[in-house]
Design a protein around this ligand. Structure first.
Ligand code: HEC
Ligand code: HEC
Ligand code: HEC
Length: 402
């Protein structure tokens, strides 16, 4: 009997430790889904030790050190402080965080999920590294100005009623809208940098690149099915192309680490429980193209076909297909133009998948040649015959945001 009591007393702390480990494990999963590391780390630096510069129309804002270091990190935060910072954008001293920290989406984070992320972050090694100073232009350098901004815009993110929706749809909504904060990039912003709630998920523009509309009908019109969306979120590559620009870090730090069920849930939420039919476009034959596009074809064969294939079919592990690629199917030609001008540096996809880097052709094509090439790509594989003017092309070329 006595022995049993001793055994029970010994078991208790073990059980508590196991519970802690479970909480920390869950916190890690949630921090991945919420992509916390993306902004709070720099390439090659310690996770969560801060330092990433985030460009905003008002200046550069730095992700801070959120390791448990008491001086430079958040070692003095209580779980309450943490919940308030993440969901309300308010620091323990009462000052406001800039909305570059996406508390406008995290606002609906569940308290128990915040506590799990807190337990995970507090279990990490403290890193004594000061955060770079954020230095914005007047009047955005005045943090009390943010209280005013918050009064106006903080409460914009609202969830749709989930009545009658499936369980994966409901989980997908929480993953997409709250944790994944997908709407922070895929929603247009007003001149003050606030999300335009009435145009939620209808597509935003970030430093010269478009984060396209994620509305179900728009996704289906560009050829997305639920399976393809889930594949894209898991691997970063699908029949519709690969992730690049600001979407790539979302894969790298977040979605590739989530279980398959989560990819499916997000796809279910985005396309709906009854997804619209994905629209496919058939490639248009050369003799059906207008004259500009026919000229563009020569540039394609000279500069692009070596990697993307003469029929736009792509080469596995070398370059993605142009046939069926959503960058060519977006009415906004911005991403297509930017990728051709800037290229894409080498990216590591899920597992051991790699692609070659794509060189930029900014200095090889003048506005007229680029316009012809855009016409060729859009007409042949994009199902888009709207003509682009040279002015549009030169204007988009100027809008690099760099
Ligand atoms: C899109 C970028 C981004 C993401 C994603 C992000 N943060 Fe932040 N976070 C920031 C920036 C930028 C700041 C500093 C803002 C400022 O200086 O006003 C910040 C500040 C903070 C602070 C206040 C730190 C301090 O200095 O006192 C905490 C705590 C925090 N973030 C936690 C999190 C957690 C937890 C997550 C994931 C759930 C997360 N952040 C995701 C950008 C981000
Ligand atoms: C050296 C090989 C190479 C050449 C030449 C090349 N590309 Fe690419 N291209 C790639 C690779 C690889 C990717 C995907 C890179 C990634 O996402 O990591 C890509 C991506 C793209 C994309 C983005 C689509 C997506 O889903 O990733 C477009 C659009 C594109 N290329 C068009 C062109 C055009 C037009 C030309 C000619 C002007 C061209 N490329 C020349 C290798 C090449
Ligand atoms: C930091 C900004 C940012 C965040 C956060 C973000 N995206 Fe994106 N997303 C982009 C950009 C930019 C593109 C265009 C480049 C590309 O296609 O890879 C894009 C492209 C996409 C595409 C391809 C659309 C198409 O038709 O070509 C899908 C699907 C997508 N994002 C889904 C999501 C989901 C789901 C989330 C949340 C888990 C998310 N994004 C979060 C910036 C972002």
């Amino acid at each position: 009997m006595k022995n049993l009591l001793i055994a029970a007393a010994l078991l208790l702390p073990l059980a508590a430790q196991a519970a802690d480990e479970k909480l920390i494990e869950r916190g890690k999963y949630l921090a991945n889904a919420a992509d916390c590391v993306a902004c709070h780390s720099v390439e090659g630096g310690a996770e969560f030790a801060g330092g990433l510069p985030l460009e905003s129309p008002f200046g550069t804002i730095y992700g801070t050190n959120i390791t448990p270091d008491k001086e430079h990190g958040i070692g003095n935060y209580s779980a309450d402080d943490f919940f308030r910072a993440v969901t309300e954008g308010e620091k323990p001293d009462g000052s406001q965080l800039y909305p570059a920290m996406p508390y406008t989406s995290y606002r609906l984070l569940k308290r128990e999920d915040s506590d799990a992320i807190y337990a995970y972050i507090m279990s990490l090694a403290p890193i004594a590294k000061p955060s770079p100073q954020t230095d914005l232009a007047f009047p955005f350098n005045l943090r009390f100005g943010m209280s005013f901004w918050n009064l106006l815009y903080k409460d914009v993110v609202q969830l749709q009623p989930s009545e009658g929706k499936s369980e994966p749809w409901q989980r997908g909504q929480y993953l997409v809208e709250v944790l994944g904060h997908c709407g922070e990039c895929h929603t247009p912003r007003n001149a003050l940098g606030a999300l335009q709630q009435d145009q939620r998920m209808q597509g935003g523009v970030l430093l010269g690149y478009a984060a396209p509309s994620l509305l179900a009908d728009d996704l289906a019109a560009r050829g997305w099915s639920s399976d393809d969306l889930a594949t894209f979120l898991k691997h970063g590559i699908s029949a519709q192309g690969s992730m690049f620009n600001e979407m790539y870090p979302v894969l790298h730090h977040s979605t590739q680490h989530l279980p398959q069920d989560d990819h499916k849930a997000m796809a279910t939420y985005l396309l709906g429980d009854q997804p619209p039919q994905a629209r496919q476009v058939a490639a248009v034959a050369v003799d059906q193209l207008d004259q500009s596009a026919q000229q563009g074809r020569q540039h394609y064969l000279n500069l692009c076909a070596g990697c993307h294939g003469a029929a736009g079919e792509g080469v596995p592990h070398v370059a993605v297909a142009m046939d069926g690629n959503t960058s060519l199917r977006l009415a906004d030609s911005r991403n297509l133009l930017r990728v051709i001008d800037d290229g894409i540096k080498e990216q590591q996809f899920t597992g051991f998948e790699r692609m070659q880097p794509m060189p930029g052709f900014g200095d090889k094509l003048d506005n007229a040649q680029l316009r012809d090439l855009l016409h060729y790509l859009r007409q042949t594989w994009g199902g888009l015959d709207a003509e682009l003017s040279q002015e549009q092309v030169s204007q988009l070329r100027g809008e690099t945001g760099h």
